[in-house]
Design a protein around this ligand. Structure first.
Ligand code: LLP
Length: 388
């Protein structure tokens, strides 16, 4: 966390209330710059599932970033943020007929995730530019829920089926501009990409030259992108591809965000807890993937203590972090949960009829509100208004 950002968080919490997602625009910009330096002129399609806030999308699009969208809703967000057709890829293993129609009207790129998907695309978005998502069939180094390039996952077309997928798509009038892969998220070992890229390059010999090679996202936050970019360019070259496409999500936004939460109380069972006003409904990653998020105290004083940070839900799994060392947290103290710029707000829910928090961003030294907190009225409207 940048010290300029950290020093403003108490003020943000006082002004906007907690729980609160606070983002640092400087960090998003510098992560983008790091990708651009490593990958040169590769085209970036930000995987907006990481954080689809329109304020972030608009700012990224102004910097010439495109989007990967996996639902009709995400597709409309891409358009609202100003993206051109060529800056959008529609992806996902279960697209709806209407999604194809919209992508076809706009002229966006569509990723085929299955051999027989060509038929629906040809019907609802005839003549579209498509890429085939390939499942390289590898064991990758991440949590099971986040691995997508392994042979048993539901994603993509098996290597041996790719030539047929290309042939069928072309026969139905689609333009197969290239191949796509995405091996998983929070990948820990960069060698996983080397293995996948090698398998992709093998395909080049069979299906011939294509304009585009899309290597997806999933980059671990600690990766050195420079050697990875070199491998990706080599794989792209083996396809005769003029363009390398990337779909980073977490890499761009995770470290730019914190979830601010206030201590509601202390308690002791066999373990030592601080109960806070944010939990699984604001950050589900620890519960869902065993993800570890650091926690810092913003105003705590006193001796260091080891404790668990527990959310307010009536579920034993609602623990944001275990065994953290903090200056003795007291009621009202403010904590920052780190790396909450990705897959925190975007996966937040109204579970327990809790309002999704506001989102704010520090930009030019000022906090701008990008989303306000849900009101009770908004949460109940769809049930109280006449139902038919
Ligand atoms: N491209 C495709 C086709 C994807 O499915 C994803 C993520 C990305 C790009 C971006 O991956 P990233 O760079 O963000 O790792 N909710 C989980 C992450 C699920 C990611 C799903 N697909 C989490 O909280 O870690």
């Amino acid at each position: 966390m940048r010290s300029e950002f950290r020093s403003r968080l108490l003020e943000a919490a006082n002004h906007f209330g907690t729980p609160l997602y606070a983002y640092d625009w400087v960090v998003i910009q510098s992560q983008l710059e790091r990708i651009r330096v490593a990958f040169g002129d590769a085209k970036i399609f930000y995987a907006m599932k990481a954080n689809p806030n329109l304020g972030i999308l608009k700012r990224l699009n102004a910097l010439d970033v495109g989007f990967e969208a996996v639902s009709g809703g995400e597709f409309e967000r891409a358009l609202l943020s100003g993206a051109r057709a060529d800056q959008i890829v529609l992806n996902g293993p279960g697209k709806l007929d209407l999604d194809y129609v919209r992508a076809g009207e706009v002229g966006a790129n569509i990723i085929l995730d299955a051999v027989d998907e060509f038929a629906r695309v040809a019907r609802f978005a005839p003549g579209s530019q498509v890429l085939i998502r390939v499942n390289p069939g590898l064991q990758v180094s991440t949590h099971d829920h986040l691995a997508t390039g392994n042979a048993s996952s539901k994603f993509g077309v098996r290597l041996e089926d790719v030539p047929n997928a290309v042939r069928l798509a072309e026969k139905s009038g689609l333009k197969v501009i290239g191949l796509h892969m995405h091996i998983g998220s929070s990948i820990e070992d960069p060698h996983d990409y080397a293995d996948a890229l090698e398998r992709m390059a093998e395909l080049a010999k069979i299906i011939g030259a294509r304009e585009v090679f899309d290597m997806g996202g999933g980059f671990g936050l600690e990766f050195d992108l420079v050697p990875l970019a070199k491998l990706a360019r080599e794989a792209a070259a083996s396809f005769g591809a003029k363009e390398l496409w990337l779909e980073p999500g977490r890499w761009l936004v995770a470290q730019a965000g914190v979830l601010l939460t206030q201590v509601l109380g202390r308690k002791q069972t066999e373990r030592n807890f601080a109960v806070v006003d944010a939990g699984m409904s604001e950050l589900i990653r620890p519960m869902l993937y065993g993800a570890v998020h650091g926690v810092e105290s913003l105003d705590g004083t006193g001796n260091l203590e080891t404790l668990d940070i527990a959310g307010p839900a009536c579920e034993s799994g609602d623990i944001l972090a275990r065994d953290v060392r903090l200056p003795e947290p007291k009621v009202g103290d403010l904590l920052a949960v780190l790396n909450a710029g990705a897959y925190a707000g975007s996966m937040a829910s109204n579970y327990l009829t809790r309002s999704r928090p506001a989102e704010v961003m520090l930009e030019n030294n000022q906090f701008v509100q990008l989303r306000r907190r849900d009101t009770l009225q908004e949460m109940l409207r769809a049930e109280l208004e006449p139902l038919d």
